[in-house]
Design a protein around this ligand. Structure first.
Ligand SMILES: N[C@@H](CCC(=O)N[C@@H](CS)C(=O)NCC(=O)O)C(=O)O
Length: 167
């Protein structure tokens, strides 16, 4: 059985929703607050050196990280195209474009905002820069496990849910 390392309300919700929608059996391993607990971070780092969620351990023990990669993998694994348009689908190009756009351009802004001091010596610097400072955080606190996956959604909802899972 697969194991999803995650935390309610964090980015693992995207993969949790897909696993539920596909009806794939999995175990949810709550990782704790990776920013507040060195123990939680060390425990996850033993599985995924990045110590980030989602981390998905496959049936045979292989480890996957990266939301977009897991999203594509699960579609391949199930042979389904209700979340990820298939290779011949006219929706495929736009899906891939937005999927990569979201994880390459938007997701990292959450990573920077979650703990700015990992990236700049002075945590207040982003606020002083004059740029709009949006306090987006992965650790938004909402319980993803309380939310049921939305059935009947369009394929591109899978990519869009990267954002909505943390709003
Ligand atoms: N590139 C990764 C980013 C994952 C990520 O940043 N996850 C956040 C939670 S929403 C996290 O685990 N942050 C902990 C950290 O950055 O140390 C993906 O697309 O899945």
């Amino acid at each position: 059985m697969m194991t999803l390392h995650g935390r309610p309300g964090w980015g693992s919700a995207l993969i949790e929703a897909q696993l539920l929608r596909y009806g794939l059996p999995f175990r949810f391993e709550e990782v704790g607050d990776l920013f507040a607990s060195a123990e939680a971070r060390a425990a996850l780092a033993a599985v995924n050196p990045l110590a980030q969620v989602p981390t998905l351990v496959l049936d045979d023990g292989r480890v996957m990280s990266e939301s977009a990669a897991i999203t594509l993998y699960l579609a391949d694994l199930t042979g389904r195209d209700d979340l990820v348009p298939g290779p011949q689908s006219p929706e495929r190009a736009a899906f891939l474009r937005w999927l990569v756009f979201l994880v390459a351009n938007l997701y990292p802004t959450f990573t920077y905002a979650d703990d700015p001091q990992r990236f700049v010596a002075d945590a207040a610097a982003p606020r002083r820069s004059g740029r709009a400072w949006t306090p987006m955080r992965c650790r938004c606190g909402a319980s993803s496990r309380a939310r049921r996956p939305h059935h009947g959604s369009s394929a591109s909802d899978s990519a869009r849910s990267i954002c909505t899972s943390r709003s």
